[in-house]
Design a protein around this ligand. Structure first.
Ligand SMILES: NC(=O)c1ccc[n+]([C@@H]2O[C@H](COP(=O)([O-])OP(=O)(O)OC[C@H]3O[C@@H](n4cnc5c(N)ncnc54)[C@H](OP(=O)(O)O)[C@@H]3O)[C@@H](O)[C@H]2O)c1
Length: 341
């Protein structure tokens, strides 16, 4: 395919910023780095380096993605090439088998060493459950040690994250895959409150109640799977799942704007007040996503029309975190406002 029609990158100064409660400013779009088991660490590391040359400054990493060491090589080259560390926004996440008090700081240090950085802008607890399952396992896989959410244990892990801030290894801490009832407990007990919460958010899973809760408490929502994760692993697919990029409303807007429906999803998340972190390892696609958030906004009619396509369709259900027989994945998400035990 010819690349002559691909325009150059985006001036990072044009990318919208989110101001966190600390006053720090975070680019309102990041590049996801989970290869969904089919994009290699090398391809993702190459995309990170290229994306930085196009104007991306925010990168969403995690130890469980199995590629932080390769991405670290890219960060070294990016910084060696003249982009200052302070211009980058790097997030990493603590995996479920490292919630133990003795494991948190060591796990963060490992991510820092792999990423070749001396601090992280953001460190998240990836899931509120400590329930280990091996990478790439089947959806029916259950850990014999699996437990429900136990707030006292979560707080022990959180205290270690707070310590990471005090040690200067991490600038901000946050949560991921949390619900309102769990966040209420955390906000009651945290010494350092979360600066962000990562949540699944795309036109078919808009989560207005959780977004409003977060905004109301000065916590920035980070929209993961903002395109509806069309490349997600087979284990994360069920027959009920719907496809955002095939939605007639999204398709019509995309046609009018002359962009891929994925770009409409990214623009929507950003305009809805979240920070999308779309994944792509394809130059053309991650460039289009970045251009999407600096280009002309969706109209008020577009935003209204997209508000009408919400189907509350959760794609990343988390079945592998269930802790007893006969449960359904809904038990992980506190739908009736109570934390299931
Ligand atoms: N905190 C959590 O628990 C959690 C969970 C899931 C994800 N995440 C984070 O969120 C990131 C994004 O989520 P995701 O990877 O699940 O899904 P996503 O960003 O919704 O979708 C990624 C897919 O969309 C395609 N795509 C991207 N831009 C496109 C464009 N402009 N045109 C056409 N296709 C496009 C990509 O294909 P190509 O590669 O072919 O472009 C890829 O298959 C992850 O990488 C990860 O960093 C976090």
């Amino acid at each position: 395919m010819s690349t002559t029609s691909i325009p150059p990158g985006v001036d990072p100064a044009l990318v919208p910023l989110r101001t966190l409660y600390t006053g720090a400013r975070m680019p309102a779009i990041g590049l996801g780095t989970f290869g969904s088991d089919h994009v290699s660490a090398g391809e993702i590391a190459a995309a990170v380096k290229d994306a930085a040359s196009l104007g991306y400054r925010h990168f969403d990493c995690a130890s469980v993605y199995g590629n932080e060491d390769r991405i670290g090589e890219s960060f070294r080259e990016i910084i060696g090439g003249g982009i200052r560390r302070e211009e980058l926004w790097v997030t990493s996440k603590l995996w479920n088998d490292k919630h133990g008090e003795a494991d948190v700081i060591a796990s963060c240090r490992k991510s820092l060493a792999d990423l070749q950085l001396d601090y992280l802008d953001m460190y998240l607890i990836h899931w509120p459950f400590p329930n280990f399952h091996p990478p790439g396992c089947d959806v029916g896989s259950r850990s014999p040690d699996a437990r429900p959410y136990i707030h006292e244990n979560y707080m022990r892990t959180w205290r270690q994250l707070e310590k990471l801030v005090e040690m200067g290894l991490v600038r901000h801490i946050g949560t991921s895959n949390m619900t309102i009832p769990k966040l209420k407990l955390l906000l009651r007990d945290a010494r350092i409150k979360p600066a962000v919460n990562e949540l699944e958010m795309h036109p078919h899973m808009q989560q207005p109640e959780l977004s409003e809760f977060l905004h109301g408490r000065g916590i920035e929502p980070i929209a993961y799977s903002p395109i509806g994760s069309p490349g997600r692993p087979e284990r994360d697919r069920t027959p009920e799942d719907t496809v955002d990029v095939e939605d007639p409303v999204i398709l019509a807007i995309a046609r009018r704007l002359g962009v891929h429906p994925a770009v409409v999803c990214v623009k929507w998340a950003c305009q809805a007040g979240a920070t999308p972190i779309p994944f792509s390892a394809k130059h053309r696609n991650y460039l289009a996503n970045l251009q999407g958030v600096v280009g002309a906004p969706l109209t008020a009619d577009d935003m209204r029309a997209i508000a009408g396509v919400d189907r509350n369709c959760r794609l990343i259900k988390g079945q592998v975190f269930l802790w007893k027989a006969g449960q359904s994945w809904e038990d992980l998400w506190d739908l009736d406002g109570m934390i299931k035990q």
